[in-house]
Design a protein around this ligand. Structure first.
Ligand SMILES: [Fe+2]
Length: 294
């Protein structure tokens, strides 16, 4: 089964990335920022899109590495999987030579806002249900997928800890982890746990790539994962801790609201690269250089 394709690090892309949004897609296509090593898109926003936007995407996917982060697979939902939709995803991934497909370890509410993703009950039955569905999706896509640790605002019917739940799903489905450090921070405040301990408990060997983002502070004990603000220092600290603990992995910035000009976003992308350079073993840089000129 396809999946990790970078022979050096076992990752499908490398470096620092940015979630592509329509607000700056034309600017990115006209003058691609040198800071961005790879891009991420939600396939739902681009499948079946032709005309000017379709050409713009084609031009970018032909030139740069892309990964896909889906919004509506609803992997935890009790409703049947939408197999036609999964087949459309496969065609899209193949057509644009997308390096990886990831989704949320949750299911969508009707209006599908990122911060309205519903939690899956942390139970053994839910693990078995989600694992069956992930395997089915991986079979259709003919690739491993990665699932993201999500932010959630209620955890009904909890029997397992969140860490036990994530670990069981990834292990039994044999899929990878999209590690979102902002979600860990948001959950740690909303649910009163230790973000460092949570991070340390994740199966680091399964991290395919990472997300970093900003969020909104509604109250001292309530954060909302809007991706509508700059990344805050404690979240940068978590990313640094993750690199120290698990080694450097490709990481991208997500921004969905209050989107500033591209030049401002690329400053945060540059900070990801700087952290990666700081934590990458020196011989890995040397090897990467040799490979680049081979
Ligand atoms: Fe994320």
């Amino acid at each position: 089964m396809g999946g990790r394709t970078d022979p050096l690090h076992g990752h499908p892309v490398h470096g620092a990335g940015l979630g592509l949004r329509r607000a700056f897609a034309a600017a990115a296509a006209e003058q691609p920022p040198a800071e961005v090593d790879f891009w991420e898109i939600a396939p739902e926003n681009w499948i079946g899109v032709g005309g000017r936007w379709g050409r713009l995407l084609r031009g970018l996917t032909e030139r740069f590495p892309f990964v896909c982060h889906g919004l509506s697979l609803s992997i935890g939902s009790p409703a049947p999987l939408d197999l036609d939709f999964v087949r459309k995803i496969k065609d899209f991934l193949d057509e644009h030579r997308i390096r990886a497909y990831t989704e949320h370890l949750s299911f969508c509410s009707d209006d599908g806002h990122l911060y309205d993703l519903m939690p899956i009950p942390f139970t053994d039955e839910a693990v078995a249900h989600v694992v069956r569905r992930i395997r089915h999706v991986q079979d259709i896509l003919e690739r491993r997928i990665a699932l993201e640790n999500v932010s959630y605002y209620a955890a009904p019917g909890q029997r397992l800890s969140e860490l036990e739940f994530i670990d069981a799903v990834l292990r039994e489905a044999d899929c990878d982890l999209l590690l979102d450090v902002n979600n860990i921070h948001v959950n740690s405040i909303n649910h009163g746990y230790d973000a460092n301990a949570f991070l340390d408990g994740l199966p680091g060997e399964r991290v395919l790539y990472g997300h970093i983002a900003g969020h909104d502070e509604e109250a001292p004990d309530l954060r909302v994962d809007t991706h509508g603000a700059d990344v805050i220092e404690p979240v940068w600290g978590l990313l640094e801790r993750a690199y120290r603990r698990f080694g450097v992995f490709p990481t991208l910035l997500e921004r969905d609201f209050n989107i500033p000009p591209l030049e401002q976003l690329t400053q945060e992308v540059r900070r990801i690269s700087a952290l990666q350079a700081e934590h990458r073993p020196r011989n890995a840089n040397a090897r990467r250089g040799r490979l680049a000129y081979a």
